[in-house]
Design a protein around this ligand. Structure first.
Ligand code: AHM
Ligand code: MG
Length: 335
């Protein structure tokens, strides 16, 4: 833990020169995510107290299950980024299509697009378990001042300029990277300020936790089944411990601190995996690599996958370097 008492605001200003094309815009962008995070955090925290939650089972006019906080978080992040005129486009798990901002305005010099999962793991809200926000930031590839197009969003993960998550847990944290390591900031709710609490976060090289929904075991590919059996074997430092919250952000966060691997494989239920490449897997992969861990689809780097659709799904295996490498070995022998 750091004892510098540095706030996130101070940290952003101090590290602005690290950005390759520093113009202050990316700093403003991260600042606005910080602001939206505080607003969403406030709402998430009172979920049990007020009737914003739309208790599980409520059905809306369209006949869909209600998850009001999902919608709220989506609106807050989009509003904050749009109103402050910071980005030129946003894609969200909650929106079918991307949103183009000020596309008619030729004066619009905004360079960045944001891809976001506003409230991941939202099935956990009803039961007071941690949820998170995940974000990924790219420079647009088309010229400034023109409307954004799909191509601006369908970029490989290795082109990300920043990525991070907010975990609304026993305490609320923002963890992010701009390609210079990973830093974590904890919210002091009494005064609404994030402090640098986890500087330079790193996955231990190996760990003793595996995180997977084992209820799907029979549907997993043989390589994953074999790896899970390996985790359970009595040998060397094994058996490992199984820990699965069912909230990607929280499972990842714990594994980064303690050492572990997160697995969401392809299965007969989800032939391409469940998690979304652009706003779940890529940002987590960027964080994992910046924290000296790895993120793979079982065969290669997540961040090298060429995206083909906004809501594309891929299998995800990420965490401590040696554990992901071992998983890849098991996958390779089963092809
Ligand atoms: P969501 O975006 O619909 O919330 O789904 C993503 C979540 C992840 O946070 C979590 O790791 C995974 O889905 C859990 O899925 P499952 O319930 O199939 O284990
Ligand atoms: Mg999600």
């Amino acid at each position: 833990m750091s004892h510098t008492n540095q706030t996130l605001g101070e940290f952003i200003i101090e590290n602005q020169s690290e950005f390759k094309y520093s113009s202050g815009e990316l700093s403003r962008l991260i600042n606005s995510i910080r602001l939206a995070a505080k607003v969403v955090n406030h709402e998430v925290n009172k979920a049990g107290l007020v009737d914003i939650l739309g208790a599980a089972g409520d059905i809306n006019a369209q006949g869909e299950d209600q998850q009001k906080l999902d919608v709220y978080a989506n609106q807050k992040f989009i509003q904050t980024l749009t109103k402050r005129n910071i980005v030129c486009g946003i894609a969200s798990e909650e929106e079918d299509d991307f949103i183009s901002i000020n596309s008619q305005d030729e004066q619009n010099q905004n360079k960045y697009v944001v891809l976001i999962d506003p409230l991941d793991g939202s099935s956990n809200i009803d039961v007071n378990v941690s949820v998170g926000t995940i974000f990924s930031i790219y420079r647009r590839v088309t010229p400034v001042g023109t409307p954004v197009v799909l191509e601006d969003f369908l970029q490989k993960g290795n082109k990300q300029v920043a990525a991070g998550y907010i975990v609304y847990g026993t305490s609320t944290m923002i963890v992010y990277t701009t390609g210079h390591g990973v830093n974590g900031f904890t919210l002091n709710p009494a005064i609404g300020t994030f402090y640098l609490s986890h500087p330079n976060m790193r996955f231990p090289e190996t760990g003793q936790i595996y995180s997977v929904n084992e209820g799907n075991y029979v549907h997993f590919p043989q390589g994953v089944k074999n790896y899970i059996k390996y985790c359970q074997e009595e040998e060397d430092d094994r058996p490992y411990t199984s820990r699965y919250i069912g909230s990607l952000v929280s499972d990842f966060h714990r594994n980064m601190i303690k050492g572990g691997i997160y697995l969401y494989p392809q299965s007969s239920k989800y032939p391409d995996g469940k998690l979304r490449l652009l706003y779940e897997c890529n940002p987590m992969a960027f964080l994992a690599e910046q924290a000296h861990g790895l993120a793979s689809d079982g065969y290669g780097r997540i961040m090298e996958i060429e995206p083909t659709a906004l809501h594309q799904r891929v299998p995800l295996f990420c965490g401590s370097r040696k554990m992901v490498q071992m998983l890849e070995k098991f996958m390779a022998t089963e092809v």
